[in-house]
Design a protein around this ligand. Structure first.
Ligand code: LMR
Length: 395
């Protein structure tokens, strides 16, 4: 049975962490995976999370099965975060939200659900996109295409190209859009550009699937989530995956959610019933602990405020690292313009380094994605000089 099985290639992102873990150099630096480290190089355990966990431990609870769609308090709190408590989609019960195993789990639920009910649609992802988008939708059975997005010459968005691609898509096409902090490029759309994208999606009868894994790492929680609310106001079918891996620093807990906006409460109820079948046949129902933590933080005013402050702290530190990196590269690599790194948004910089240059960095135990994506959130005041020196050297 297993004799003819080929060795699969390493995952383009998590495979780098595997190589990093196997590296015995104590000075190794992992700029591959999208994980936020503090200035001491540690993944933070947020105070808001610790306080919520302490509160939960005061009354230890049995761990029985959650409902298929997840913890009700979590689904409600997430839905209100995503759409706004007073939004029409919530007031009119047109939105449904289910707990999911991280943002990836939410995408997979959405992909499996869409494959059942729109089997002949094709999926469009940005060029480039998060490495796992293509694999995930293909494994759900879809043909996956790219739409024009990044312009390497300007380090920004080729907006004309993107708009033309949207206008060319057949009706019913599923278009995956990064709500904020585009992964991997860090190049986001302006609100005015979003207006044009929303218009094109509606005019073309496209199905928008917004992926929001980095809310709070761009301009702020409300600002980063604005486009989701703008889409939701339009009364068109909409899917939204979101994740607390980064914004709560809860990577290993797989806390995410899938929200779907339908055109009526009755339609939403039917959608939820079918989504529950997708969940039941994948993993039955989700885990309890972190759903309770996130729900408590989101719905307890003092903890919510603490979370917003802690998230702002992460956001500000990343921006400081961007500025410092640019300043230092100016000195160490004169003749190379890295000003664009300041403009990029979120955890990543699409640095422009080639695969070969990334390979040379790896020889110095500095790990980045082959595409040249580096995680700025893994830079700190101790490792920055070594990274800048190494980058200057490989240039
Ligand atoms: C990333 O892009 O590095 C993160 O989203 C982690 C992952 O699962 O790939």
């Amino acid at each position: 049975l297993f004799g003819a099985i080929d060795m699969a290639p390493r995952d383009p992102i998590l495979g780098i962490t595997e190589a990093f873990n196997a590296d015995t150099n104590p000075a190794k630096i992992n700029l591959g995976v999208g994980v936020y480290y503090d200035d001491n190089g540690k993944v933070p355990l947020l105070q808001c999370v610790q306080k919520a966990e302490a509160k939960l431990m005061e009354q230890p609870a049995p761990r029985t099965y959650l409902p298929i769609e997840g913890l009700a308090a979590y689904d409600k709190a997430v839905q209100e975060l995503v759409f706004g408590a007073d939004s029409a989609v919530i007031q009119e019960k047109r939105a449904i939200t289910v707990q999911a195993l991280g943002g990836t789990g939410a995408l997979k639920l959405g992909a499996d659900f869409l494959k059942r009910f729109s089997p002949n649609s094709e999926v469009w992802i940005s060029d480039p996109s998060w490495e796992n988008h293509r694999a995930l939708f293909e494994s759900a059975g879809f043909v996956v295409n790219n739409y024009t997005y990044y312009d390497a010459a300007t380090h920004g968005v080729n907006f004309e190209g993107m708009l033309a691609a949207l206008k060319d898509m057949p009706q019913g096409a599923i278009v995956v859009l990064h709500a904020c902090c585009h992964n991997p490029t860090g190049a986001d759309l302006s609100q005015d550009q979003w207006t044009q994208v929303i218009d094109a999606v509606i005019a073309g009868g496209l199905v928008p699937f917004l992926d929001m894994a980095y809310q709070g790492f761009g301009a702020g929680i409300a600002e980063d989530g604005a486009v989701v609310r703008r889409f939701a106001e339009k009364g068109i079918p909409l899917l939204v995956s979101n994740s607390f891996s980064k914004s709560f620093s809860l990577y290993g807990e797989r806390a995410g959610a899938l929200s779907i906006v339908a055109t009526s409460a009755e339609e939403a109820a039917r959608v939820l019933s079918q989504l529950k079948r997708v969940i039941r046949t994948n993993y039955s129902n989700p885990p309890t602990h972190t759903a309770k933590v996130v729900a408590m933080v989101l719905s307890t005013p003092e903890l919510r405020q603490l979370w917003e402050e802690e998230l702002a702290g992460m956001r500000v530190r990343i921006k400081e690292m961007r500025n410092l990196m640019v300043e230092k590269l100016k000195e160490k690599a004169p003749g190379h313009d890295f000003e664009f790194v300041r403009e990029q948004v979120g955890m990543f910089s699409y640095s422009g380094l080639t695969k070969e240059q990334v390979g040379k960095l790896r020889e110095q135990s500095i790990y980045a994605v082959d595409t040249g994506r580096i995680c700025v959130a893994a830079l700190n005041s101790t490792n920055l000089d070594r990274v800048v020196d190494a980058v200057a050297k490989v240039l």
